[in-house]
Design a protein around this ligand. Structure first.
Ligand code: ATP
Length: 347
């Protein structure tokens, strides 16, 4: 089911949690809402679910306005950070809960419910676990059960709010891969909330970066990582350093030195600016053209080495990543930096 969110606003008293969000989610897409705490991710999800009444705007499910529809009518599957499984019910009864509480008219037969539970247990790779209780499952298994429960009602849209947030890092990573594979098999339109950039980039077809109730950027994981559209996205995703520079006649300068950045779009402004550079985009040579700099630090981390350079004319240290087996320079050596890609924004 395709989802179309138009100019959605939500205020709580004097706090504006969403400022006119426009977002389209294609049918079958796995979309991550990524942003720091308080950026409005949960509020957006709750508005889609019908748990929160928007202050303005529209939400369309498959082209149909859902504003006046109840939570039940929207047919949403919801999974939260804290697995809200019923402790006193078996796994099978937890999964079938949403079906068993339906009015008699729309309630499937007991046999149909049993079949559905078996099918879902197989889907979440926990066949034979139906008779157990939640306390007899690991945290990761419980979250898979929560997902099965959300799917039991055949939702048109699946909403996952930090579903792996309470799990330890290793299980979290396993479940992330599992969910991606699961999504590819089942193809539900899914909105996934996270504040973990790695999780969003690994998992999603498309990432929506939010800040202060607004969308900063939306695009594929490659788009938001390789081509951050705003300083916020540069700071939030990946690793980068920020240099204060100035632009003169459309050319960027660090101190007196011009920086050449091959893939930088033409600059349409002059004056002070901020240059964002990622370590993997910095190469260095001992001679030739580039931004001249002095080696100030060396660190080995796993199979790579980080070399810190202070470019002439700035106090900021620019790091470069090189393979650890490459002969490193020494502290105090001089080198010419080549910055392959960067973000440049007017200050
Ligand atoms: P987190 O990652 O911490 O869950 P979030 O990005 O999901 O954050 P929201 O929970 O959507 O952010 O909150 C957005 C803003 O709205 C915050 O400033 C928050 O304090 C405010 N807010 C959310 N729910 C309410 C509420 N029920 N009453 C008042 N303010 C609220």
């Amino acid at each position: 089911m395709e989802l179309d969110i138009r100019n959605l606003t939500k205020t709580f008293g004097s706090t504006a949690a969403l400022h006119g969000v426009d977002l389209k989610v294609a049918s079958g897409e796995l979309l991550a809402l990524l942003g720091p705490s308080g950026s409005g991710k949960t509020t957006l999800l709750r508005c889609v679910a019908g748990l929160e009444i928007p202050s303005g705007g529209q939400i369309l499910f498959g082209g149909e306005d859902a504003s006046l529809k109840s939570v039940q009518e929207r047919q949403i599957g919801f999974v939260f950070q804290h697995y809200a499984l019923f402790k006193h019910l078996t796994i099978a009864d937890n999964i079938s809960y949403g079906l068993r509480v339906r009015p008699r008219r729309t309630r499937p037969t007991a046999a149909a419910i049993r079949d559905k539970v078996e099918e879902l247990l197989a889907l979440i790779q926990l066949p034979g676990y139906g008779g157990r209780y939640p306390s007899q499952l690991s945290g990761g298994q419980r979250q898979r059960v929560a997902l099965a429960r959300a799917l039991a009602v055949e939702p048109r849209v699946l909403l996952l709010d930090e579903p792996f947030g309470a799990l330890d890092a290793k299980v979290r990573k396993e479940l992330r891969l599992w969910l991606r594979e699961f999504h590819d098999r089942t193809g539900h339109t899914t909105l996934f909330v996270t504040h973990d950039q790695e999780e969003a980039l690994d998992l999603a077809d498309r990432v929506v970066v939010m800040s202060e109730g607004r969308i900063e950027q939306e695009g594929t994981p490659e788009d938001v990582y390789d081509r951050p559209a705003t300083p916020f996205v540069f700071d939030f995703i990946g690793e980068s350093v920020r240099l204060d520079i100035h632009v003169d006649k459309g050319r960027p300068f660090v101190g007196q030195q011009e920086v050449s950045i091959p893939r930088l779009p033409p600059l349409l402004f002059d004056g002070p600016a901020k240059l964002y550079v990622r370590p993997e985009h910095v190469a260095f040579r001992r001679d030739g053209e580039g931004l001249w700099a002095t080696v100030v630090s060396l660190h080995r981390s796993g199979s790579s080495r980080r070399i810190g350079f202070r470019a002439d004319g700035t106090d900021t240290v620019i790091e470069a990543l090189t393979p650890a087996d490459r002969e490193p320079p020494r502290i105090g050596d001089r080198a010419a930096l080549e910055i392959q890609a960067a973000g440049l924004f007017a200050a």
